[in-house]
Write a protein that binds this ligand. Structure first.
Ligand code: NI
Length: 191
């Protein structure tokens, strides 16, 4: 396993639609190693998730994991390590929520994005087994963010540009209000 470099906005690989993997490719040592590297790189960078194109490989794989208190997103509920391959995601209710999001490919920038509160997530795990799950709340937002990456979509595309802010200004002017609102939301809807 190794920690890879994370590419920043401006690298064309973040703007491609990443391609699906075949079952045979998924079993290959190269792809299994890529998954290990995604897990390791996410852990080293303290993201909540990481998509393969963020380390320069445009295939439809992402990982999500929130283990204990995440230093970048301390308000996020835990997510057990989840590797999603060829994922699809769809809303299962009309409810939306505004989430102030960061991204490892957007150095020192956050923005407010409207996300579905409840989604159906379908994917293969790294062994090729099919999963279909309902995810809610901030965790649903994390998976929408990662699947967006695989479609070449970034936070800055979905955010009103007037909501963009540095992490310092988030701390100074927005954190308290956002964390109070989103904590009450997370308690209401679960994850
Ligand atoms: Ni991101």
């Amino acid at each position: 396993m190794s920690v890879r470099d994370i590419v920043s906005i401006g690298d064309p690989v973040l703007r491609e639609r990443a391609r699906e993997l075949t079952a045979e490719e998924l079993r290959s040592p190269e792809i299994q190693r890529l998954i290990d590297d995604l897990i390791e790189t996410r852990r080293a960078a303290d993201g909540a998730g990481l998509a393969a194109n963020q380390i320069g490989v445009a295939v439809r794989i992402a990982v999500a994991e929130v283990d204990g208190v995440n230093p970048r997103y301390p308000y996020k509920p835990p997510i057990p390590l989840t590797v999603i391959v060829n994922p699809t995601i769809e809303p299962v209710s009309d409810e939306n929520v505004e989430i102030n999001e960061g991204c490892l490919s957007l150095p020192d920038l956050r923005g407010v994005v409207r996300r579905h509160v409840e989604v159906r997530l379908r994917y293969l795990d790294r062994e090729g087994h099919r999963h279909e799950e309902i995810r809610r709340g901030l965790t649903a937002g994390t998976f929408q963010h990662e699947v967006d990456h695989l479609d070449g979509i970034m936070v800055v595309d979905r955010a009103d540009p007037r909501t963009l802010m540095t992490w310092e200004q988030f701390d100074r002017h927005h954190r308290d209000e956002f964390v109070a609102r989103i904590t009450a939301f997370a308690e209401r809807v679960g994850s």
